[in-house]
Write a protein that binds this ligand. Structure first.
Ligand SMILES: [Zn+2]
Length: 207
């Protein structure tokens, strides 16, 4: 098949969203309600109800579901095995937490590690969740930077990394008590302040 839509050129107007997939036995990535794996490059939605229209039709529920934030995607049980950042293209039906799209392409995958946290308990679980959240934020920031290698996006990557490190470090302190915990929190804050100073000086030196 060939045509205008087979272009591999990153479209200027493409929007980046997130969604989850289940992993098939052969390793393919499947939408939860579909037996059709996504392929490399642009995937085109078809109407699952077999209606004679091009998804996303406003009066139907067809189209690739994509979300504006990983937390929305993760709320869509049970397709949580793999989180991916996808670019969407063509017709879009906007919703409150995302959109239905005609065409979509996987740009980056990262395991939805939060699923693994479900098996844990207590503070280990909290630490696990913070690590997973941080990983998602860093991955998204890195994608923005890949798309537009601006100073602002570079700063966002550094910020996401520093925030994630701080959140995890602080969460780990909950394993401690009393003075040990206070010292632990103080150390985490000091590390964050150092990271912020580094970011500031990086910004200044790039002027
Ligand atoms: Zn339809």
């Amino acid at each position: 098949m060939s045509g205008e839509d087979d272009s591999e050129i990153a479209g200027v107007g493409d929007i980046r969203m997130v969604r989850t997939f289940r992993v098939g036995a052969e390793g393919g990535l499947y939408p939860v309600n579909s037996s059709t794996a996504w392929t490399e490059g642009w995937n085109t939605a078809t109407c699952a109800r077999g209606r004679d229209h091009t998804p996303p039709d406003p009066g139907c529920r067809c189209g690739f579901y994509v979300y504006a934030h990983p937390s929305y995607a993760l709320a869509q049980a049970p397709a949580r095995q793999v989180m991916a950042v996808v670019a969407v293209h063509g017709a879009l039906e906007a919703g409150t937490r995302g959109a239905r799209a005609e065409k979509a392409r996987i740009e980056a995958e990262f395991k939805a590690d939060r699923k693994a946290c479900d098996a844990m308990n207590g503070n280990a679980k909290d630490v696990c969740v913070e690590q997973a959240k941080g990983k998602e934020k860093v991955a998204r920031a890195e994608l923005d930077y890949k798309q537009d290698a601006s100073e602002r996006h570079r700063g966002k990557v550094a910020e996401a990394k520093a925030d994630a490190q701080y959140a995890v470090a602080k969460e780990k302190c909950d394993d401690l008590q009393g003075e040990q915990k206070d010292v632990c929190v103080k150390d985490a804050k000091a590390a964050k302040a150092r990271a912020e100073d580094d970011m500031k000086s990086a910004r200044h030196s790039s002027n």
